[in-house]
Design a protein around this ligand. Structure first.
Ligand SMILES: [Fe+2]
Ligand SMILES: [Fe+2]
Length: 253
């Protein structure tokens, strides 16, 4: 009976893990663990180079392909009303800002999953990143429905967030998680503000923002439970200032 050589089998599986250019959703295997499950089976060991390639692949997919959500787009609890031109423009600008936030979330979680040496923590980052992919897909779809475009500066936002995520991760897992807690809390408050600013008739966007807000709170709590420490006030202020620059710019560009 024919038996495959274990080395060849491993190589084939690693190749499969890296061959994710045709898909949009991040493959957990590409990070070198078994999946989003709490109990990964038969983990794949990837080299540093493999992981860097997977990170580059993830960035390209986040920026250039149509993301695919695992969950259906949240449905409004009540029907909306037709939007006039001004309302449509306002909703488009706000959802563009939210889409940029999700581009940054992809970069942050990608950097932190890359940097941590703790497999359990990496799985947690990947789980959260999966939900962030849903957010990315929903906001992209809603932008298209509103006839609005994505930010022209998405590559810049991604690169900046990736660099910041990597710096936070270099400070150790507790700080990295603390950075995530602060980020998710700030995003949660920001989404709360958007629920006030979105046109009342735009129930479609409101349903998406409401679900995202719930998910971001869950991500913050998960990071707290995983041992994240509260960042010092100057860091939190700096993060707020950076977020302000991003949201103000993305509103228009
Ligand atoms: Fe998100
Ligand atoms: Fe989140």
């Amino acid at each position: 009976m024919h038996q495959r050589h274990p080395g060849l089998e491993s190589l084939a599986r690693q190749k499969k893990a890296l061959c994710c250019l045709g898909t949009t959703r991040i493959s957990a295997d590409a990070w070198g663990v078994g999946g989003y499950s709490d109990a990964p089976m038969d983990p794949i060991r990837l080299s540093s180079t493999d992981r860097l390639l997977a990170v580059a692949d993830h960035a390209l997919r986040a920026l250039t392909s149509t993301p695919q959500a695992a969950r259906p787009k949240p449905a409004p609890s009540r029907p909306g009303t037709p939007l006039d031109d001004a309302e449509r423009r306002r909703a488009g600008a706000l959802m563009r800002v939210n889409h940029v936030g999700e581009v940054c979330a992809q970069a942050l979680y990608s950097a932190q999953a890359l940097a941590t040496a703790d497999p359990a923590l990496r799985r947690q980052f990947e789980r959260a990143a999966g939900e962030e992919t849903d957010h990315l897909a929903w906001t992209a779809e809603r932008l298209a429905e509103l006839g609005a475009r994505q930010s022209l500066l998405n590559p810049l936002w991604y690169a900046g967030a990736f660099g910041i995520g990597l710096l936070a991760a270099r400070a150790g897992d507790a700080t990295s998680l603390g950075f995530l807690i602060e980020t998710e809390r700030q995003v949660e408050r920001h989404l709360e503000g958007h629920l006030d600013r979105l046109p009342v008739g735009d129930q479609e966007s409101r349903a998406i923002v409401a679900q995202m807000k719930t998910d971001e709170a869950t991500h913050a709590m998960a990071a707290e439970h995983a041992g994240g420490t509260r960042l010092a006030a100057p860091f939190r202020w700096a993060m707020r200032a950076a977020a302000k620059v991003m949201t103000t710019t993305a509103h228009y560009v």
